[in-house]
Design a binder for this molecule. Structure first.
Ligand SMILES: N[C@@H](CCC(=O)N[C@@H](CS)C(=O)NCC(=O)O)C(=O)O
Length: 339
């Protein structure tokens, strides 16, 4: 039986995964998107609270969910970021943030297509890289914001649940190379979208719900250490990096760590489209260096092996979490990423 609210103002409880700290993005893109949308809609910060929750007990088995309390009305429980935002706008709790842009039906459909691409395919591919790649799985597990004794059990449970769902949906059946291709296509697409110098998804001076969605994915991933491959892909694209920085400054200037990382990245990555990136933990690089006695196993034995050998020596004592190998037609480069 829904309880009748005694509130004198409209308030929202945003049920989401616990955050590691208030000034870091949510570990869940969908939770991040919902809060970012509230900020774009200028819903007063004092009128919404983040409530730590787990997805298992929710009717759809997912987060975020919302409890909406309005003066004199029964509390309403809403699920699924997309339908939550539709309901909040339909009830007049927040405005239709896209209305001032006067978008045509085709422009709205275009944004919806980007949303489906990003939410249903690209984010699923990112989650595959976080949970199905052993080195990243270790990072995902270590970062779970629960007491240490509980962490391995929750990590095991989440891994089992997430991998089963990802495989059942088909995305989790792709190879690493195929997942990387899905991610590269999206980065290429966003880079191309921004190529005419536009600041926001639809152009003009005003951000829209599409910017909330895209910016939230970039903020969420920038705040995660378990998706280094994807981060290396988009952070080296100057336009995409600058867009992520713009979104962060616009809605979450308190995410200082993310802003710092985005600034640092500029000096580490060159905005060149002809580079292919691969992130490897230093241990893997050292193993690769040890295998140099069999250089025929490498695609470009001469240039690559020379650089791997040099980097193995140079980075041996470094505490970098991953090292970026970049391959170019004429040269190979290695850079340590100081996370
Ligand atoms: N379509 C949903 C997707 C929500 C979703 O996938 N949430 C993830 C976290 S980012 C979740 O709760 N996963 C838990 C699970 O699948 O066990 C939305 O827009 O809210």
């Amino acid at each position: 039986m829904p309880s009748s609210s005694t509130t004198t103002t409209t308030t929202i409880k945003l049920h989401g995964f616990a955050k590691r700290a208030p000034d870091t993005p949510s570990g869940s893109f969908f939770c991040q998107k919902l809060e970012t949308h509230l900020r774009l809609a200028s819903f007063p910060r004092a009128n919404y609270t983040l409530v730590d929750a787990l997805p298992f007990r929710q009717p759809k088995g997912k987060l975020p969910c919302v409890t909406l309390s309005r003066p004199g009305a029964a509390d309403v429980f809403l699920e699924d970021s997309h339908f939550i935002l539709r309901a909040l706008a339909a009830d007049g709790v927040i405005p239709d943030v896209d209305a001032p842009l006067g978008l045509s039906a085709a422009q709205r459909a275009d944004a919806r297509a980007w949303q489906a691409w990003t939410e249903e395919l690209v984010y699923a591919a990112v989650v595959c890289t976080r949970w199905l790649r052993p080195a990243n799985y270790a990072r995902s597990a270590a970062a779970l914001p629960v007491p240490a004794p509980v962490r391995p059990f929750l990590a095991w449970f989440l891994h089992r649940r997430i991998s089963t769902r990802l495989r059942a949906s088909g995305v989790g059946m792709h190879s690493d190379a195929e997942l990387d291709a899905i991610l590269e296509e999206w980065v290429d697409g966003l880079d191309a979208r921004l190529a005419d110098g536009r600041q926001w998804f639809h152009g003009g001076d005003t951000p829209s719900s599409a910017d909330v969605m895209l910016g939230s994915l970039l903020m969420n991933c920038a705040g995660e250490e378990a998706n280094p491959e994807f981060n290396a892909m988009w952070m080296r694209r100057e336009r995409v990096r600058a867009y992520a920085e713009r979104c962060t400054r616009q809605w979450f200037p308190e995410y200082e760590g993310v802003l710092q990382l985005l600034r640092k990245t500029t000096s580490l990555f060159e905005p060149s489209d002809s580079f292919k990136f691969m992130c490897v933990p230093p241990g893997v690089l050292l193993k690769a260096a040890a295998q140099l006695k069999a250089p025929r196993r490498m695609t470009k034995p001469n240039s690559l092996s020379k650089h791997v050998q040099a980097a193995a020596g140079a980075f041996a004592g470094l505490r970098a979490r991953s090292i970026v190998l970049s391959f170019h037609d004429t040269e190979s480069r290695l850079q340590a990423r100081d996370y």
